[in-house]
Every structure is written in C-alpha cells, then in structure tokens.
Design a protein around this ligand. Structure first.
Ligand code: ADP
Length: 482
C-alpha cells in the first residue's frame, strides 16, 4: 500500500533508513534520476546509488538524519541523455517503523525556473532600457518633455526645466494640460489655434518637425522655441502620449531683434546726416566755380560721403542677405541687353569710359535683374579701382550656361588672397589702401549663389584679374525653348 502510493507519485521519492542510510523504498520517478534507472535500489547504500544532483547530497542526508533540521534546495540534475533539469529537493527526517529514517523528495520545476529566468532577464532589459533612456534624455542639450494622452507633463529633462525656469515658470506645478495657460504664436507672430500646437498634433497621431513658436506663459517672458513632436504609440498603435523636443531660441531671437534694430539705426540714422553733408558739399562745390581751394575741399567731402554711403549700404545689405530678408526673384533675362543698360546707369559714379564690352548677342539666363546689377557694379568698380587700364566685360553663351567675365590688367591678387577674397570682411594684403570693409565680393558671392550661380577668380600679381560669374542658361521667353 505504502509502496503503491510511493510509486504513483510524480515526484521522485526515496526513504533511507538505518545508520548506513540504505534504501528502504525508491519510486520509479526517483530511480529515473539515478545513473542506472533499471536497478533495484532496495537495501543499497545512498552513497552507492544516488541521483545525479550537481552537488552530491551524502553530507546533507547524514546531517538531516542527525539534526532533524529540514533541507530545501533547488538543484540541477542531468538526465541520462545529458539534458539538464531543475528540481526542488526536500530532505526530511521521518519516523519509520524501523526507526529514524530520511525521506528525499525531488520535484521537477524546470519550467518554473526557466520562466523565472526569463522574467528576470526581461526585468533586467527593461531596467537597462529605462536607464539608457534616462541617460539619453539628460545628455540631450535640447528640452525633451513627455506628455500623457491627456496632454499632462509626465516627465522632462533638465534642459527643458531650465528653459522654463529661464522664463520664470515652474512647469511641474502647471498641472493638467501644461500648455493651457500659454499663448502660443507662430513664426509670423499670429496666435496659433490650439489644434495646431505640436503636442496636440502629436497626440492626434501626427509627427511634427521644426515648428518655430513663441510661447508666452501668463505673466512670464515669452520663450521662442523650435519644436518637434511625435506620438508615443502602444503595441496596438494607439496613442499613449507624446514627446516634445525643443531648442530654446529665445537668445537667438533677441539677438536677431537687436540686429534688426541696429540695421534700422544704421541705414536710417547714419544716412540722414550723411545726405545732408553730401548735399551741402555739393552746393559749395557748385558755388565755388571756377574751382578754387573751397571747391576742392567740397569735392573731397563729396568723395568721402560716397565711400561712407557705400560702406553703409554694404553693411545693410550683408545683414539683410544673411537674414534671408533680401528676396531673389528669378526671371529669364537677356544678359547681353542688360549689361550695357547697367553700365549706362552708373556712368555718373564710375569711369565707365574705360570699360570695353564683348557681348555675345541675346544670351538668356535665369536671374534677378536687380541683383545682377549689384554684381556687375561691384565687379566693374573693383576692376576700375585696381587697374588704370581698360576693363573688359565679356559674355559667353554656352548650351546650358552663361558666363559673364570682368577682366582687368591691374595689380592682381596673390594666390593666398584669392582663396579668401569671397569671405566676409576679407581685404587683400599688401600695401594697397583699404577702400571698403571687405564686404563687396562677399555680397557678390551671396547674390550670385542666391541666383543659383557661382563665382570664380583667376589672377596673377601684377598681371591683372578676371572675375567670372556663371549661371544656368534660360530659354528665350515665348519660343518654348528650354
Ligand atoms: P571692398 O568691399 O572692401 O572693396 P571686396 O570684397 O570688394 O572689398 O574685395 C576684397 C579684396 O579683394 C579687396 O581688399 C581687394 O584688395 C581685392 N580685390 C577685389 N577685386 C580686385 C581686383 N579686380 N583686382 C585686385 N584686387 C581686387
């Protein structure tokens, strides 16, 4: 009866009795875990035939018999094929009819152990990912904020918190929908409807990239930001929240405003008195006829006014160009017809009688005529300034491109200087007298590039310089040509 119950148990069971710990009973499940599963264990000593546990249990079994202290452990057992299994091992002292005995129970829990390992590995992975995410958020210099599906702030990184502190707002305490207390305006300064806010758009599933915003929290300084936002989706693709990434552009914006103020000041406040000086000098020169000392002085004042006016114009133009406030409108232009017009227009200010033209007839390019005029004037005035001989303006009309060249035989430009003359504020070295601010060729390059063209220089010191601007050709309007 006792044996039948033993044998029916799915757990491996064995009873060891006597001081030598000989098997009194060992069920089939137990025998299956021993090196020779077919052997009858009854009467054999435990240390002769024991299950293949990783740590031998001899010592344990003896200790339990002697002390009566129960033993519970998990252990690994290899089966006959070498496959490893996990078992819960229980060793207990029991009172058998023959005296004190030891009961060994082995219950397989491989699945349980593997499930526990998998859970531990998953928890480790999740913990690691959380730590990585935390590190990434803090390493990003931009503000990062995470919102729940209702639009409340769940977390944000230090950069975001700092930006909000900078405009005097504690966003953590804003609660609810963090942005409900803010007035958001777009780049154009117009109020932005709530549905267009990047976080709202992201919460309705949209990805938003690079929106310029002016965010004015109640009673705080406005903050300018460049914002991008994306929805956070669960496995089923449902929106769980949104993440907002923004760079604080407030300082940049304040600088841009300061620059615009400066330009307004320079172009208006400096020009007004200069025009008055110029007008007065002009009157004096005309009154001092025939020209005597006074007339010469008045002419010198006029020349200085012109140079100064040129420098102011360069400064204003550079600022506008760099701020993208000098729009370029490309239209098909017949360069061959436009160039003589341009030179005719500047006859009064420059010695254009030294300019010779060599223009291919009807040469169309896609250009902005006003910007091309500035390019031609800059190149021709430099050529006249740095040479005393004739200046040649030539036009080459190719299949896809139009090349306009301004060549002089003057002082030339060293190779070192050639590499840098198109940079901002760069003036060639040597003992030539500085005439401008070193902005003319920089402006020229920006204008040419703004029209999709490029500018090149070829020069040798003492032999002269050739500046060449190249644009893509345009078809003659009305002919259906390319
Ligand atoms: P700026 O506005 O001061 O006239 P630019 O940008 O027009 O300056 O020119 C930059 C430098 O290139 C000048 O310092 C000048 O020495 C040199 N340079 C420009 N054009 C010529 C030329 N045709 N011949 C010799 N040097 C030139």
């Amino acid at each position: 009866m006792r044996e039948a119950a033993f044998d029916a148990s799915p757990a491996g069971l064995a009873l060891l009795a006597g001081p030598e710990l000989r098997y009194e009973l060992a069920n089939q499940s137990y025998r299956a875990l021993c090196p020779d599963p077919g052997a009858d264990l009854r009467g054999r000593r435990f240390d002769e035939a024991r299950p293949l546990t990783r740590e031998p249990l001899d010592q344990t079994v003896r200790q339990v018999l002697a002390s009566g202290v129960p033993f519970d452990r998990e252990t690994e057992i290899a089966d006959a094929s070498g496959k490893r299994h996990w078992f819960a091992v229980l060793v207990r002292r029991v009172e058998a009819p023959s005296g004190p005995a030891v009961l060994i129970a082995l219950r397989e829990n491989t699945e349980l152990v593997q499930a526990r390992w998998a859970a531990e590995a998953a928890a480790d992975g999740a913990g690691r990912r959380a730590a990585e995410l935390e590190a990434i958020m803090e390493a990003i210099p931009d503000g990062v904020m995470v919102f729940d599906a209702a639009g409340a702030v769940v977390r944000m990184n230090a950069a975001a918190a700092e930006s909000w502190r900078g405009v005097g707002i504690d966003i953590g305490s804003a609660g609810g929908s963090a942005f409900q207390h803010f007035e958001l305006r777009g780049e154009d300064g117009r109020p932005m409807p709530a549905g267009e806010w990047p976080v709202r758009r992201a919460l309705s599933g949209e990805r938003v990239r690079g929106v310029h915003l002016r965010c004015a929290p109640e009673g705080a300084r406005p903050m300018w930001m460049l914002a991008s936002a994306a929805p956070i989706l669960d496995a089923a693709g449902k929106v769980m929240g949104a993440v907002l990434n923004f760079s604080d552009e407030t300082t940049l914006h304040e600088l841009a405003e300061a620059r615009d103020d400066l330009i307004r000041m320079v172009s208006h406040d400096l020009r007004t008195p200069l025009s008055a000086i110029y007008a007065q000098a002009h009157l004096i020169r005309r009154a001092a006829d025939p020209p005597g000392k006074a007339g010469e002085r008045a002419a010198a004042i006029e020349r200085s006014c012109e140079r100064m006016s040129g420098m102011i114009q360069d400064l204003v133009e550079v600022t506008l160009l760099e701020a993208g406030q000098l729009p370029v409108t490309l239209t098909p232009v017949d360069v061959a017809a436009l160039v003589p017009d341009i030179l005719h227009g500047i006859r009064g200010g420059l010695a254009v009688d030294r300019v010779r033209l060599q223009l291919a007839p009807a040469c169309w390019a896609s250009l902005d005529p006003a910007r091309l005029e500035r390019v031609v004037v800059n190149l021709v005035s430099n050529a006249l300034k740095y040479s005393s001989q004739d200046v040649l303006v030539s036009l080459e009309c190719m299949d896809n491109a139009v090349a306009l060249a301004v060549a002089d035989t003057g002082v030339g430009i060293s190779a070192d200087d050639q590499a840098r003359i198109f940079e901002r504020y760069y003036r060639a070295k040597g003992n030539r007298r500085p005439e401008g601010l070193g902005l003319g060729l920089y402006i020229t390059r920006l204008l040419v590039e703004g029209m999709g063209g490029r500018i090149e220089v070829e020069s040798r010191l003492g032999a002269g310089s050739t500046f060449r601007v190249i644009f893509s050709a345009a078809g003659v309007p009305g002919t259906g040509g390319g």
